[in-house]
Design a binder for this molecule. Structure first.
Ligand code: HEM
Length: 415
């Protein structure tokens, strides 16, 4: 495979830290193929980019998820034995459980809960000198997530749960104390939800049907048995943890609104534009850098010989910024979605392919709905000023975020 480009250095683990979100694009996008070979953590890894690369990554006949995630990620971000690590029938059965929560009515309800919480928080922020929108929206979303998932949340535990759910996300790529704190947050969060699962099963807690807590507690696996309580807890956390993570898109979207006053006006006026703005926030800003899978057989693709068991990484950030897909990809421009046909492998901030048989995020529509509720509220009803601050963000740091978290002041209700 002489023509397949590869790194000449022995190991590029450190390059991931140095190049951050541009680790894969920098390597693949300058070549004619959608595949590039490198070595990470002592393994020969195939990097995939482009629409064709995404199609291969989501071809379940050739790619598996088993053993694709490092232990440190399972011990923090995802939990062990959840849907992310499953393949085939077992995955499809579990995925149906998640998709059954995403009905039109439940997504409408999520929109309403989110909007009510923005109104409630506006009153609180009105009394504050400075509001860190990232920090505050995490709590707003923790309350939203728990209400939507049917999880009772006592006032005195709100801050602790918000902190733990955020730490699951922010600690997986960290080293040292921050990583250890993330592992503790995982243990505490699983224990918390596991207790609630047990109560639902023993009828000690009246849980609402069709909501995540109830449905995960009552779900029967392929063998006809209820899920192990710990695994049910992992799956409930797979609903509320990422809902809290939407705060990152809220912080980034606030930057976009601030930097483009004309766009801000249009978002307030036009529902369709609000949707296009939301899509552009999800495309443009760095969130998920890449995803991993393993080849489940030997095969050749674009002249490259994939080996059974080989680690494959998909260039999520790069595909969202691929100049072959997007015109002027590094410009923030919601209008690019005017005539957008919505391919399954081009806009992939939450994964690509189909929902039911692949691993594409089942929370994509909930995410869009929460963001639309938030940006609509911000542009229509939230009066605020933006004090001087550094809201720049780095593409070298994974996960990325505006440095200041986006601070606003003089918050008031505007009708
Ligand atoms: C999977 C991103 C919000 C639940 C994923 C994947 C990505 C992603 C990249 C993996 C796709 C793959 O492996 O091929 C995001 C982002 C979110 C978000 C950036 C917004 C901040 C949500 C929400 C929920 C959710 C709100 C639940 C309500 C899940 C689950 C999976 C998943 C359960 C695993 C699906 C599977 O393995 O089949 N998400 N997500 N996510 N997401 Fe999300």
């Amino acid at each position: 495979t002489a023509q397949v480009p590869k790194d000449k250095t022995i190991d590029n683990t450190l390059a991931i830290f140095k190049d951050g979100y541009n680790f894969i694009p920098k390597r693949v996008q300058n070549h004619h193929l959608d595949v590039y070979e490198t070595r990470v953590l002592g393994e020969k890894v195939a990097l995939l980019s482009g629409v064709e690369g995404a199609k291969l990554f989501y071809d379940t006949n050739r790619m598996d998820r088993k053993n694709a995630l490092p232990k440190r990620v399972l011990k923090t971000l995802f939990g062990e034995n959840g849907i992310q690590t499953k393949d085939g029938e077992a995955h499809a059965h579990r995925k149906l459980l998640f998709m059954s929560l995403m009905t039109q009515e439940s997504i409408q309800e999520l929109y309403e809960i989110t909007t009510q919480n923005w109104a409630r928080f506006t009153k609180k922020w009105n009394r504050m000198k400075k509001v860190n929108l990232y920090d505050e929206s995490r709590e707003l979303l923790c309350r939203t997530a728990c209400e939507w998932a049917g999880i009772p949340l006592e006032e005195k535990e709100v801050q602790k749960r918000t902190r733990d759910l955020s730490n699951l996300i922010d600690g997986f790529s960290a080293i040292g104390p921050k990583h250890l704190e993330s592992r503790r947050a995982r243990k505490r969060s699983e224990a918390w939800i596991e207790r609630l699962i047990a109560k639902v099963r023993e009828d000690q807690l009246e849980a609402e049907k069709d909501k995540a807590l109830y449905e995960m507690a009552k779900h029967k696996d392929l063998d006809g048995q209820p899920l192990d309580a710990r695994i049910a807890a992992v799956e409930v956390l797979n609903v509320i943890r990422p809902l809290v993570a939407i705060s990152k898109f809220i912080a980034f979207g606030s930057v976009a609104l601030h930097e483009h006053p004309q766009i801000q006006k249009q978002v307030a006026l036009d529902e369709e534009y609000l949707f296009m703005f939301t899509q552009e926030v999800r495309r443009f800003y760095p969130f998920v850098p890449f995803l991993g899978a393993r080849a489940n057989q030997d095969f050749t693709w674009q002249q490259y010989n994939f080996k059974k068991g080989q680690l494959v990484l998909l260039d999520v950030y790069g595909i969202n910024h691929d100049p072959k897909i997007w015109e002027d990809p590094n410009e923030f421009n919601p209008d690019r979605f005017v005539d957008w046909k919505g391919g399954l492998f081009d806009l992939i901030p939450q994964g690509g392919g189909g929902y039911y048989h692949g691993h594409r995020c089942p929370g994509e529509w909930p995410t869009i709905e929460v963001l639309q509720a938030s940006f609509r509220y911000m542009t229509k009803h939230l009066g605020y000023t933006v004090p001087k601050q550094d809201y720049s963000y780095s593409l070298k740091k994974i996960p990325s975020l505006p440095k200041s978290g986006f601070v606003i002041s003089q918050v008031h209700f505007k009708s």
